[in-house]
Design a protein around this ligand. Structure first.
Ligand code: AHR
Length: 513
């Protein structure tokens, strides 16, 4: 008999789920808004992101398009509610001379895209194409200016070209001649990209001075309060970079400081995007979860110089980075997207939500056919990835009030290493509806979670889940609907307590009313 009880106890302990995950949610204590710009995207002249991705050419009769931009991509991104789109790079931005990309297309000069595959860039997709595309998407443009190989005059001219009232300056007159009367009123501007690397290999003190100079001339003085200028930020944990920028750049000249961090197994052995081991998965999750530490530490430095949090931390490049798909150009960074990427998206967005007082903008790298893409194309075909689905499920949090959460989680153990298995964030939208996003990154164990909801009364819970049979599953051109959200039925509400069971490697968004 004793043996029987023991074996039941043992069986319970080793069963596929444990009960000690606890979430406490203080629904009446939300103060900060989750800025929708955290859901920003990134489109670089890199591989098949712009050409053969977004843009198929305005004379294309095979793929339905609007002024050369694929209609299926426009529709998919509108559903995603993309709030802003960063362009033209990345590293490419610091080699890009915007004047090459305006005016009659047959007169535009061709250049070599020396960062990405050494291919010819014919400049057929330029400023008008991008800004008009943003209007179609309903997304705010985020223009990254060329500081590495450009000039102050060039960036000044660009701001006047896109923002100047019609015919009030040589630049705005040129814009009108090129077919666009009204200004686009672009607010978000990057002053260079990765200035510590491909943007000029600068030291932070030098870049801070360069930033001051560029930022001075980016305005015609009538619109300085309307510009959101983002300083090229730190590489991962280069805390000194943030410290110097916050110390040396006057705070009335800079509205955001950037940060770049990619999740990977190891830079020297990035591994396949689809054919990976649990060890590689665990390493990727560890790298992705590092975003919590990075955001916390960079924010602490910013708090020292800017306690009122006027300046935003802008994570304008994040996502998973693996080896390119076999047989593709290594300079094109084309990779498939599996449930591992869904996990990266879920946990990273939860980090951003929970730090929304400082993280007010972010850009997933990159939208189409590059790195952790939400869309993949192949000639006339287009598919959406597991990452797309997470962003779509999560977009209920855009501009909602963040609800502070407390979490006690089981560990996801692999060998001698451990990670928190569960990640969570919550918000209340303008209609008073509460949404809770939960992720279980454990590759094999389900998680039972008790969620105590304080400060609110709810009678109904519903939910959506993204999961799949295998961690390595992905949507392909032959099976585009393999992974898609489904109704989630494993949440039971009783009073102010919720019992939830999350399958292994799954993302769930709950709606409480
Ligand atoms: O997103 C790909 C590249 O990664 C970007 O061009 C660059 O900024 C970063 O190093």
């Amino acid at each position: 008999m004793i043996r029987y009880i023991f074996s039941i106890a043992f069986a319970l302990l080793t069963a596929n789920s444990f009960a000690q995950n606890q979430v406490v949610l203080n629904a009446d204590q939300g103060k900060e808004i989750i800025n929708k710009n955290i859901y920003g995207h990134f489109a670089e002249h890199l591989g098949n992101c712009i050409y053969n991705g977004f843009y198929v050419g305005d004379t294309n009769k095979i793929i339905p398009n609007t002024n050369g931009v694929r209609n299926d991509i426009i529709d998919a991104l509108k559903k995603l509610k993309v709030p802003n789109l960063r362009w033209p790079g990345g590293c490419f931005a610091d080699t890009y001379h915007w004047k090459d990309g305006v005016g009659p297309k047959d007169k535009r000069p061709a250049i070599v895209n020396r960062w990405w595959g050494g291919v010819t860039e014919d400049n057929s997709f330029g400023t008008h194409d991008f800004l008009n595309m943003c209007e179609l998407l309903g997304a705010q443009p985020y223009l990254a200016g060329n500081v590495g190989s450009g000039t102050v005059q060039e960036l000044t001219d660009w701001t006047q070209y896109v923002n100047g009232k019609p015919n009030t300056s040589p630049m705005s007159t040129w814009r009108v001649q090129n077919g666009r009367k009204e200004p686009w009123n672009v607010s978000i501007w990057g002053v260079g990209n990765e200035a510590w690397g491909c943007g000029g290999n600068m030291k932070p003190e030098y870049y801070a001075n360069v930033f001051r100079q560029y930022a001075t001339y980016m305005t015609d003085w009538s619109n300085s309060d309307k510009l959101f200028r983002v300083a090229s930020g730190a590489n991962v944990d280069d805390y000194n970079w943030t410290e110097v920028l916050m110390r040396d750049i006057p705070h009335n000249m800079m509205e955001g400081v950037a940060l770049h961090h990619y999740a990977n197994v190891k830079w020297s052995e990035k591994g396949s995007a689809t054919d990976y081991t649990e060890q590689q998965y665990f390493a990727t999750m560890k790298s992705a979860l590092r975003m919590e530490e990075l955001v916390t530490r960079h924010s602490t430095i910013m708090d020292k110089y800017d306690p009122k949090k006027k300046i935003a931390l802008v994570v304008d490049e994040w996502g998973g980075w693996y080896e390119v798909e076999k047989g593709t150009n290594p300079g094109f960074l084309y990779q498939q997207n599996t449930m591992r990427d869904a996990m990266i998206a879920g946990v990273t967005l939860n980090v951003f939500h929970n730090h929304c007082d400082r993280v007010r903008m972010a850009n997933l790298a990159q939208t189409v056919n590059v790195l952790q893409a939400v869309i993949l194309t192949s000639k006339e075909k287009m598919i959406i990835t597991p990452t797309y689905h997470v962003l779509e499920m999560y977009n209920v949090h855009q501009d909602a009030t963040m609800i502070p959460v407390k979490l006690i989680t089981n560990e996801y153990v692999f060998g001698t290493e451990k990670l928190p298995a569960v990640s969570v964030s919550a918000s209340k939208d303008k209609e008073g509806v509460t949404h809770i996003s939960l992720v279980n990154i454990d590759a094999s164990k389900a998680q039972d979670i008790t969620v105590n909801v304080n400060g609110g009364k709810y009678t109904v819970v519903s939910g959506r889940i993204l999961s799949s049979k295998k961690l390595q599953d992905f949507n392909s051109f032959n099976d585009p609907g393999k992974i898609q959200p489904a109704e989630f039925k494993d949440a039971k509400l009783s009073g102010n307590s919720l019992q939830v069971k999350l399958p292994p490697f799954s993302v769930v968004v709950l709606t409480l009313k």
